[in-house]
Design a protein around this ligand. Structure first.
Ligand code: DGT
Ligand code: CA
Ligand code: CA
Ligand code: ZN
Length: 572
């Protein structure tokens, strides 16, 4: 079976967890985490890089890491990992996947209670055996039980950013087959939902049996769950389910419409069709009385016949898009091509993996006109927050880069830490020296709602803070949003002119769709940023834009669709 980027990244992550349990040096732990991150988000296939001896071109991959990757690709094993497994039971690592359980707790539970799995930990929390340990309380037990719930529900669904490249890979493999006329992802993935239950792919072909055979014999297939004449389900080498359906070319549109969903959208649509005297299903659109087939080779056949405008898959959630399409009032949805710059980007001046000039090169390649480098501020020590000297030196570097005068502008920015009382890292005169200032919550996530809200509102009133980044702090599947009152935050954004962010980093997607839509209703402007910590992350803009589409946003609602001067003029 083929080993890919995700497999290697997972082993590196496990090593980092194991080293943490052993109480190893934080830098060594971080080296493996960075390596995992780098391999996971690399644009190129790790096998190709290895064969060509180019692994060390990846950020955070030195000779040592490259050697471990080569070994794993050749032998299927990483001896360092196997060595660690002899002293640390592998199931212990699963404990650390539960939000709120770090290496210290995992080790204590193992040493004191001989717990090695999540189920045993759950039982121990329920039986109050955890609160009997020194330094741990009933509150800890409560948090662990909550964490287990979040962990178990997230394990059933995959983050969009993990599913997306896999679907993309299968789609491009199928596209190369001569007997396949068309292929497209369907289901929640095509709708760009934040999490994906399973990957659905639809193909058009007049020779379905050949497609079935080709699909189920791909090297990426670990297990075949079902294989019929036109339908197959497999588990891929990363343990994900992929469903493929094959339909004749003239049914491709109606099938794509049907299998894209959402289910709620389809039910509403079918109802509407019935009231208009039509029948729709995956085979086409029909006159209900005569049974005559009216179309179905393209998706438009369905919507146009029902008198509707065509809409993006990201809108198909039955939240008003059907009425809007009938009234020709759909949003003029924002597209990734409309984005002119990224306004939250980290560099080696804090915890980013790439230099400013490399981030700029990638931003230019993506067709941007500008980018703000927003390294972490002083108080976030763990992320290499900048002191005053570093801010000065970085400004000089940015100036030198902008002297190239190639039409691209690097803005000097910073990501501040909003402290427990709404204060930030630097004095006003330092803040005034930046082109753009972002404020974020990076600590005290457990504060009660009134305190959390007051703290953020105070930061929004700070005349120097232009943007609040990842405004609810959630990490999908890992950390629940902190308790900020959204209504008050949106009010404060209107009052103070502070811009709220849609963070495109796929674990965050925060503000999420429904809040973004509410912000638009109130006439607020938003910004979509990737929060890239390496050049390969800049491509995640597409996930933020999809979230914005799901929030019914149009280009005008988003400040970084504007040319530089105009965008800067929109900051308070
Ligand atoms: P997921 O996989 O949980 O992330 O969500 P989906 O939306 O991909 O759902 P899935 O994989 O069960 O089905 C794919 C699409 O097929 C779904 O979006 C709409 C369509 N579909 C599935 N079941 C039904 C149904 O009972 N009625 C209708 N109208 N459509 C359905
Ligand atoms: Ca699905
Ligand atoms: Ca499915
Ligand atoms: Zn950072």
């Amino acid at each position: 079976m083929k080993i890919d980027n995700i497999d290697v990244a997972r082993v590196f992550e496990d090593i980092a967890d194991m080293l943490e349990i052993q109480g190893e040096d934080v830098f060594r732990v971080r080296a493996f985490r960075r390596a995992a991150n780098s391999v996971r988000s690399a644009t190129e296939d790790i096998n190709k890089l290895s064969t060509e001896g180019r692994l060390t071109e990846l950020p955070a991959i030195g000779k040592g890491m490259a050697g471990r990757i080569d070994e794993m690709l050749k032998s299927g094993k990483m001896s360092y990992f196997e060595q660690l497994q002899e002293t640390i039971p592998p199931r212990l690592l699963e404990l650390m996947k539960v939000p709120g359980v770090g290496p210290k707790k995992a080790k204590t539970f193992y040493d004191e209670l001989h717990i090695t799995g999540v189920d045993e930990m759950k039982k121990a929390a329920e039986d109050h055996r955890i609160s009997s340990l020194k330094g741990l309380s009933g509150k800890t037990e409560e948090n662990i039980l909550k964490g287990i719930e979040l962990y178990q529900s997230s394990r059933e669904r995959l983050n969009l950013s993990e599913a997306y490249p896999i679907a993309d890979h299968f789609v491009s493999l199928l596209k190369t087959l001569p007997f396949v006329d068309d292929v497209c992802p369907a289901g929640s993935l095509r709708r760009m939902k934040e999490t994906i239950g399973d990957i659905d792919i639809l193909a058009a072909s007049e020779e379905p049996e050949k497609v079935m055979e080709a699909f189920t014999t791909l090297p990426e297939v670990a297990r075949i769950l079902a294989k019929g004449d036109t339908k197959a389900s497999i588990i891929n080498s990363n343990g994900l389910q992929v469903d493929l359906r094959v339909v004749p070319v003239d049914q491709y549109g109606s099938a794509l419409q049907y299998f894209t969903g959402s289910k709620e959208h389809n039910i509403h649509l079918r109802d509407l069709a019935k009231r208009q005297g039509y029948k729709i299903n995956e085979y086409g659109i029909f006159d209900a009385k005569t049974g005559e087939r009216l179309g179905g080779s393209i998706e438009e056949d369905i919507y146009k016949t029902l008198g509707m405008d065509m809409m993006l898959p990201t809108l198909r959630e039955d939240t008003g898009e059907i009425d809007a399409a009938l009234e020709h009032a759909l949003p003029d949805s924002i597209a990734v091509e409309a984005i002119k710059g990224d306004l939250q980007v980290h560099s080696t001046w804090s915890d980013g993996l790439n230099k400013i000039k490399d981030m700029k090169a990638e931003a230019k390649r993506l067709g941007y006109d500008y980018m703000a480098i927003t390294d972490h501020a002083l108080k976030l020590r763990i992320a290499g927050g900048m002191d005053l000297d570093e801010i000065r030196e970085r400004s000089e570097e940015i100036k030198r880069i902008n002297d190239e005068d190639d039409g691209f502008v690097v803005l000097s920015g910073v990501e501040l830490n909003i402290d427990n009382d709404g204060g930030v890292d630097y004095q006003d005169d330092v803040l005034a020296g930046f082109d753009i200032v972002i404020g974020s919550v990076h600590s005290g996530f457990q504060q009660p709602e009134d305190q959390m809200t007051a703290r953020i509102l105070k930061a929004m009133e700070n005349p120097h803070i232009h943007v609040i980044a990842h405004p609810t702090g959630r990490i999908i599947g890992k950390r629940a949003p902190y308790a900020v009152n959204i209504d008050s935050m949106l009010d404060a954004a209107a009052k103070t002119g502070t811009i709220l962010e849609i963070n495109a980093y796929p674990d965050r997607l925060d503000l999420k769709d429904e809040y973004a839509r509410e912000a638009k209703r109130r006439g607020l402007k938003l910004v979509i940023n990737t929060d890239a910590h390496q050049a390969a992350h800049l491509k995640y803009m597409m996930f933020g834009v999809a979230e914005a589409q799901r929030g019914w946003l149009e280009p005008d609602d988003v400040i970084n669709t504007r040319p530089l001067k105009e965008m800067l003029g929109m900051l308070k």
